[in-house]
Design a binder for this molecule. Structure first.
Ligand SMILES: Cc1ncc(COP(=O)(O)O)c(C=O)c1O
Length: 556
């Protein structure tokens, strides 16, 4: 495929060349003769000549529709000024790009380092079906705890285990915790990745959705969003994913990836193989919108998104203060779309799920976001509440219902029954809490979670007493980088069980749940007859990981 691509591109645009090579429908056969888009501000955009043909054709430029690619490259270099050698291509969004990168860099049975709680699709749709493993990294409200990260890696190395190649991280408005990793922590994590030769998959769809937590605070715009991992990447070890999903519209399915040129080339080949590039039509639409807005218009749009999310975050924060005091802990969100709540009156969010249903409110139990998958979590006291799409009233009402359910659970079974009988009435009732009830929110930092943790199935050992395999949160009998773990921060049991725990969990899943598994999931299981090996051996940084040969070769 690489040869064919080179052959075709060698002749592209050469005067006098008659192209008999492509299987492209003639532009005259396309059904759309023109489209008029009406923007929010009333402006009309015509998708007509000359862009209507490329909008309906395969995207022939493998980096993406050229005007959009140019925009993304200029914008990314302005925002992040990557110091190393990097290239960029347009993608069909971050979700699919994560899967492609995992396929390119990992073999079944290999492990990826993840924030303990992470984007739910990672475990359920990517890691488990492909036969990968996840190594949970202990985190707090600022993201991964560098101290535990280092000792996890050192523990694996000391135990003679091969180190994962990839760290998957969501550094801003983390899904599900809302954590924003500050610059000094990013620098420390980048340094650890250098030391242990690990690539960083920086999934940053919430980067632009950062806002001030102070009431009436100015939007951050594009100038105050903080430094990314890409901006410190002298080595070419960062693979940064940006997406239009949260700043324009997710249905467009367009994003972009910035990485070392060799890896970008591999991603292009792979994406060509699976879907022939990102959707041409929506690339043209996005490009036309950005062009009509210009840089100032784009920044204005980002500011309005930041204001919208700031207001929503303030409303849910105020409602949580009103209804959840003493029942839950949380950190006031400063980015993204999630409020991550630690429930104080139950040890596992599942205990109240039915009651929440009765009360008429839905939140996501923490175990669904655990990087090892929900089946491997014995208990998780967390829930994720999104403030992205409910109305302000509904946000208030949702917190009120959650609070009532938790109060009933705290009071015991009798109270819970009483709550159930009044739930229907409460569902229909209009809320006392209105949009302006977020008045007392100036600079309120919310309640602090401290350290997020779940109990993994079968995990009983505290950090320094891990029996089974290597702890991710520390090395047996050894302090975590003496003095650097904040007091009272015990690692989660699942993080403490580390890679060995993840291994067992995955094996357990394969053996025990095969029969119970829904038929449609069975076909997602890795094919054990196809053995895949890394041809280039253990990777150094990206360039070495991909070396001069393919990253993977099928061994007969
Ligand atoms: C962390 C994270 N990554 C990726 C995605 C999906 O991004 P995209 O729409 O660009 O595929 C989401 C969507 O919620 C997300 O939360």
């Amino acid at each position: 495929m690489a040869g064919l691509r080179k052959l075709v591109t060698a002749f592209a645009g050469v005067p006098g060349i008659i192209g008999l090579h492509g299987g492209l429908p003639p532009a005259s056969s396309f059904p759309i003769k023109g489209v008029t888009l009406t923007l929010e501000d009333g402006r009309k955009l015509e998708i007509d000549d000359p862009v209507k043909a490329p909008a309906q054709q395969y995207c022939l430029n493998t980096s993406g529709y050229a005007p959009l690619h140019q925009w993304a490259k200029k914008h990314t270099w302005q925002m992040h000024a990557p110091p190393g050698d990097h290239d960029l291509i347009i993608t069909p969004g971050n979700n699919q790009t994560i899967e492609v990168i995992m396929r390119l860099l990992m073999d079944p049975g290999e492990a990826m380092l993840c924030e303990e709680y992470t984007y739910p699709h990672i475990a359920e749709s990517m890691v488990q079906p492909q036969g990968y493993l996840a190594v949970p990294l202990a985190m707090d409200e600022h993201g991964i705890l560098p101290c535990y990260f280092r000792t996890t890696l050192q523990g694996l190395r000391d135990g003679g285990k091969s180190l994962p190649k990839l760290l998957y991280t969501i550094p801003v408005g983390q899904n599900p915790t809302g954590a924003v990793t500050p610059l000094d922590r990013k620098e420390e994590i980048y340094g650890i990745c250098r030391q242990y030769n690990i690539l960083i998959l920086e999934d940053d769809p919430y980067y632009y959705l950062q806002f001030s937590t102070a009431h009436g605070g100015e939007p951050k715009g594009l100038t105050d969003l903080g430094s990314s991992y890409l901006s410190m990447d002298t080595d070419g070890r960062v693979i940064r994913l940006d997406s239009f999903s949260k700043v324009l519209a997710p249905g467009l399915r367009i994003g972009w990836v910035t990485a070392a040129p060799k890896l970008v080339e591999r991603i292009i080949y792979h994406m060509q193989g699976i879907q022939l590039g990102a959707n041409s039509f929506t690339q043209v639409v996005v490009s036309e919108i950005l062009n009509a807005w210009g840089p100032a218009g784009f920044e204005r749009h980002i500011c309005s998104m930041q204001q919208e999310y700031a207001q929503r975050a303030a409303v849910i924060q105020a409602a949580a203060e009103q209804h959840l005091a003493g029942l839950a802990e949380w950190t006031q969100p400063a980015a993204g779309m999630f409020l991550w709540l630690k429930l104080l009156v139950v040890s596992d969010a599942d205990e109240i799920l039915d009651k929440l249903k009765d009360a008429g409110v839905v939140v996501v139990p923490g175990r669904f976001s655990h990087c090892c998958g929900p089946k491997h979590v014995e208990q998780s006291p967390y829930v994720r509440a999104s403030f992205a799409s409910a109305t302000h009233e509904e946000l208030c009402q949702g917190m009120e219902r959650l609070g009532a359910t938790l109060s009933a659970a705290a009071a015991g079974p009798q109270q819970a029954a009483a709550q159930k009988s009044s739930a229907a009435a409460a569902r229909a009732a209009r809320l006392p809490c209105h949009e302006d009830s977020a008045s007392d929110r100036d600079g309120h930092a919310g309640q602090r979670n401290g350290h997020f943790s779940a109990a993994a199935k079968g995990a009983t050992a505290p950090l320094q007493k891990v029996q089974n395999g290597h702890p991710t949160g520390g090395v047996e009998g050894q302090d975590c980088a003496a003095g650097s773990i904040p007091e009272g921060l015990e690692p989660s049991a699942s993080a403490a069980r580390g890679i060995a725990g993840a291994h067992e969990a995955l094996q357990g899943l394969r053996v025990s749940s095969e029969a119970a598994r829904a038929p449609e999931r069975l076909e997602l299981m890795p094919d054990s007859t196809a053995r895949v090996e890394l041809a280039s051996g253990s990777p150094e940084v990206t360039a070495d990981a991909l070396a001069s040969q393919p990253a993977k070769t099928l061994v007969p």
